[in-house]
Structures are given as structure tokens and as C-alpha cells.
Ligand binder design. Structure first.
Ligand code: KIV
Ligand code: ZN
Length: 512
């Protein structure tokens, strides 16, 4: 029997700290259901003390998830931990994850605390948390740059107070595999009560070594939990990628002394969902979930794969959920079939009104596109937020024209809290003209940081899925829109981003 490797997903906490990746309560619930379906062991749903919105999101996730433990991040103080307890206590199984920085640099420059004060706060936080919850994880932030003797003192103290998981973060992605693995092993050897806790790692990908460092911590260091995110989403260069860890351990089961309980066929659906909700597009050559991960472009490879698949394939596409695109619904499908398929995809909308609106969107799409795939439904629901009653801006109508030798022009009708406003503009292209026309109404003064278009499925009749990233006053938001007309998709994405900028949802970063 192999040891179990606990998969701790932090897509909705660390992943959400990526610029513009913030998620609504409803989006977090959708992602949580998919993570649960994938059989993730622990789902870190957010940072409840950051805002009322995230508190409610964590509470909602705690209320729906039954087969995974739900965790919330709390800084090492009573207020954060009390908020965490409040948000999580409705869950069937829940965990408080508390942390404080232990490196000389972070203690002195960020926290302005002495090591003794940090040790005392860490101890007190775990003691306080343990009064409310038996499952406590402690993380010494920036552990890989912490002084080992001090780190050992802190870890011994928090285990003595009842921490059940010790998570060692490589916060800035500084570690290298062999050294990091040995670092974990030496901590486990030196901390006298180390056997009372599960050892975990949390690696960032600044040097592209997050997955390698995490796996070295398992093989060399004896870690039995890895913290990771879907698509490797996370601050800066991201976190350890969940799909790469899970498929490495499975594909090289001859080498790794551990196994996970993940249903790998749910990996690609999870990747699609996270990408659609956050607007973070997956690069085509990304391992496991990239569009090219199983495409054999070169003639030699194709020939080899046809003769014997194993010549160039070490994993099977279907094992990670790359089913051939399945036509699920069409023009004649009724509301019940539509609702049933959404349910099978793990999508539960908040009200009958939301179903009606989504169904109308589906009918409109089916008029333009004969075959509707699961990906179309996911995109429809993701961008279904545009035009919902609580949005400040709604797209009522738009048209645009362009042609050779003609200056592109666009006209839009937006509704602002019920009042319709119209504007026109010319631009360097139809999308540029449309964005300028929208700005002539909205006057947001936001800076466009990113514009990207992706095909939702294949073929020219596919919906285009557009991501727009806007920045204003230090805040960064992503908007996503999908449509068979990519200029309309672009307008929807721009308006979704404007609505996010307009919403007052302010989150604080737990680590700043
Ligand atoms: O990177 C980090 O150090 C973290 C901790 C809060 C676990 O995200
Ligand atoms: Zn992190």
C-alpha cells in the first residue's frame, strides 16, 4: 500500500490573488463543486477576513461541499481566525489555515516584529484556533528563506499547541528541488514532535520549479500534502499546478511512493471552468491541459502514434478528461434538458429567473450555431452574469461596420441603472471602435491591460471567448464574454470588466 498524497487546492485563495482573478460567491461555488467532483481532499475557499464578499463566498462553499474538507486562510490573529471559524463552521469537514512570516526579511521589513513576537503570535494563533476546530494547518510564510533553527522552534511550538498540518511555503519561488527536498527532510528530523503533524508544501513558480520542488519534497522530504492550483494559477508566475502533480504521480507510479484519490477525468473540465471564470487563458503548450498537450503535429509523431500509441504518448487524453467534443444539445432541446445538462456539469444557478435567462441565451445561441457543446454551455453560464439585474452597465444593442478602405466604426446602446445611453466611435479596428464607443458612454478612464480571444470549441462557427483586463486606481479586474460574433463577445467582456470595477468589492491581500 502506498501512502496517500493529500491534494490541497488553493485556486480560490492563492489563485484568486492573481491580478484580476477575483471570483464571486456563485463562481466559487461552481469551482468548489467541480473540485469536489474531482475528489480534491482539501479546498481552500478563500480568506474570510478579507471582505464581506469573500466571507460569504467561503460560507457558501462550506455549505455545499460534502466530500472534501473546506479550508479558509487566516492571519495569525484572533479576529481573522474568528471570521474563519464563522465562515467555515457549517461545513461537514473544515480546516483553519493560519500563517505568519518567519524569514528575517519578512519579520523585520514587513511585520516589523522580533522573532520572539512572531513565535508568540504563531503559538497563540494555533492555540486560539484549536479551541474551535480540531483540524489546524500552520504555515511559516517565506519558510524557504527562514533561518532553520528559528523555524524549528516555531514549528515545534505550533505542533505542541495542536497544529495538525505543517505547511512549508516557498513563498517567492526561490527553492531548487534537491535542496528543498532535503530542507523538508531536515525539518522533519529536527523538530522533536514532527510525527504528530502531516507535512505539506506550498511552492510558487517564479523560477518554473514549483512542481519539481513539490515532488522533491514528497520523495526526499517525506511531505504528504501538496498545495496546488488548477492551471497553476497564482500570484506572479503562479503556484504548483494541480494537474501536473496528479498526472506525474499517476504516470510515474513506478517512481513515486504515493498516490492520490483524484478522479483524473475531471481535470480538463476543471481547467476549462477556472479559465472561463477567471479569464486566465491556458497556454496551448501547457502540460496536461493545454490544447496541444495531446496533439501530434509532426508527421513522424503521427505515424508513430497510429502504429502504437505509447511511442509518443505517456498519458491517454481521455484519462484527463479530453473527450472528443460532444454535441450535447441543439435548437430543439427543451428547458428541462438544458437544466439537466447544466446539473450534470455541476452548474446550479441561483434562481428560476437565472435559469430562464440562461435558457434564453441558449436558444439565441442555438439559432446561430447548430451544435451546442458542453464548453458552449459553460461559456454561456460564465458570461450569463452580463445583463443580470445587479449589473451597473448592460449592453442593450451594438452594431459595427468595417471593410477594406473604410474606417471601422461602432455604435452602442448601454443601459446604466435602467437609463439607456447611446454613443458612436471610429477606431483602428471594429473592436477598438466598439471599446471607444463604450468608453464614450461609461467614461471609466480605465487602462486596458490585456485583450485576448480564444475559440471555445473548434471550427469557424465556434463562439469566441474574450478576456479583457482593466486597471484603475491600483485595482485590476478581468471581464470575460462569449459570442459567435467576436466583436459582440469583446463588448460583453469589456462591460463585464467595467461592472467589476464598478462593484465595491475590495479585497485585501493576506500576505501584504
Ligand atoms: O505563498 C505563501 O507563503 C502563502 C501562504 C499564505 C501559505 O500563500
Ligand atoms: Zn502562496
Amino acid at each position: 500500500m502506498k501512502d496517500r498524497l493529500i491534494i490541497f487546492d488553493t485556486t480560490m485563495r492563492d489563485g484568486e490573488q492573481s491580478p484580476g482573478a477575483s471570483m464571486t460567491r456563485e463562481e466559487k461555488v461552481r469551482i468548489a463543486r467541480q473540485l469536489e467532483r474531482m475528489r480534491v481532499d482539501v479546498i481552500e475557499a478563500g480568506f474570510p477576513a478579507s471582505s464581506n464578499g469573500d466571507f460569504e463566498a467561503v460560507r457558501a462553499v462550506a455549505g455545499v461541499v460534502k466530500d472534501s474538507t473546506v479550508a479558509g486562510l487566516c492571519r495569525a490573529n484572533d479576529r481573522d481566525i474568528s471570521r474563519g471559524v464563522e465562515a467555515l463552521k457549517g461545513a461537514k469537514s473544515w480546516r483553519i489555515h493560519t500563517f505568519i512570516a518567519t524569514s528575517p526579511l519578512h519579520m523585520e521589513k514587513k511585520l516589523r516584529m522580533t522573532p520572539e513576537q512572531v513565535l508568540e503570535d504563531a503559538r497563540a494563533a494555533v492555540r486560539f484556533a484549536r479551541r474551535h476546530c480540531p483540524d489546524i494547518e500552520f504555515s511559516p510564510e517565506d519558510a524557504s528563506r527562514s533561518e532553520p533553527d528559528f523555524l524549528c522552534r516555531v514549528l515545534e511550538a505550533v505542533i505542541a499547541e495542536g497544529a495538525t498540518t505543517i505547511n512549508i511555503p516557498d513563498t517567492v519561488g526561490y527553492a531548487v528541488p534537491q535542496q528543498f527536498g532535503e530542507f523538508i527532510r531536515s525539518l522533519r528530523e529536527r523538530v522533536p514532535n514532527s510525527g504528530k503533524a502531516v507535512w505539506s508544501v506550498h511552492c510558487h513558480n517564479d523560477l518554473g520549479m514549483a512542481v519539481a520542488n513539490s515532488l522533491a519534497a514528497v520523495v526526499i522530504g517525506g511531505a504528504r500534502q501538496i498545495e496546488c492550483t488548477v492551471n497553476g494559477l497564482g500570484e506572479r508566475a503562479g503556484n504548483t499546478s494541480l494537474e501536473e502533480i496528479v498526472m506525474s504521480v499517476r504516470t510515474r507510479s513506478d517512481f513515486f511512493p504515493v498516490e492520490t484519490r483524484i478522479d483524473t477525468t475531471q481535470i480538463v473540465p476543471a481547467s476549462r471552468l477556472v479559465s472561463q471564470i477567471t479569464g486566465f487563458v491556458v497556454q496551448p503548450n501547457k502540460a496536461v491541459v493545454g490544447a496541444n498537450a495531446f496533439a501530434h503535429a509532426s508527421g513522424i509523431h503521427q505515424d508513430g502514434v497510429i502504429k502504437a500509441r505509447q511511442t509518443y504518448e505517456i498519458m491517454r487524453a481521455e484519462d484527463v478528461g479530453w473527450a472528443a467534443n460532444k454535441i450535447v444539445l441543439g435548437k430543439l432541446s427543451g428547458r428541462n434538458a438544458f437544466k439537466q445538462r447544466l446539473k450534470e456539469l455541476g452548474v446550479e444557478l441561483e434562481s428560476e429567473e437565472a435559469y430562464n435567462k440562461a435558457f434564453q441565451g441558449f436558444k439565441d445561441l442555438a439559432d446561430k450555431k447548430a451544435e451546442i457543446f458542453d464548453e458552449d454551455l459553460q461559456a454561456l453560464v460564465s458570461e450569463g452574469r452580463v445583463g443580470s439585474s445587479d449589473e451597473h452597465w448592460k449592453l442593450v444593442h451594438m452594431s459595427q461596420g468595417s471593410g477594406m478602405g473604410e474606417r471601422p466604426h461602432a455604435s452602442v446602446v448601454l443601459s446604466e441603472s435602467g437609463a439607456e445611453k447611446t454613443a458612436q466611435s471610429e477606431g483602428d479596428g471594429p473592436v477598438d471602435a466598439t471599446f471607444k464607443a463604450i468608453e464614450n458612454v461609461a467614461r471609466s478612464e480605465a487602462e486596458l491591460l490585456l485583450y485576448s480571444v480564444n475559440a471555445v470549441t473548434h471550427g469557424t462557427e465556434s463562439q469566441g471567448e474574450v478576456t479583457v483586463r482593466l486597471a484603475r486606481g491600483g485595482r485590476i479586474v478581468n471581464g470575460v464574454g462569449a459570442d459567435t460574433d467576436i466583436v459582440v463577445a469583446s463588448a460583453k467582456a469589456y462591460i463585464a470588466a467595467l461592472n467589476k470595477l464598478h462593484s465595491k468589492t475590495e479585497r485585501i491581500n493576506p500576505q501584504v
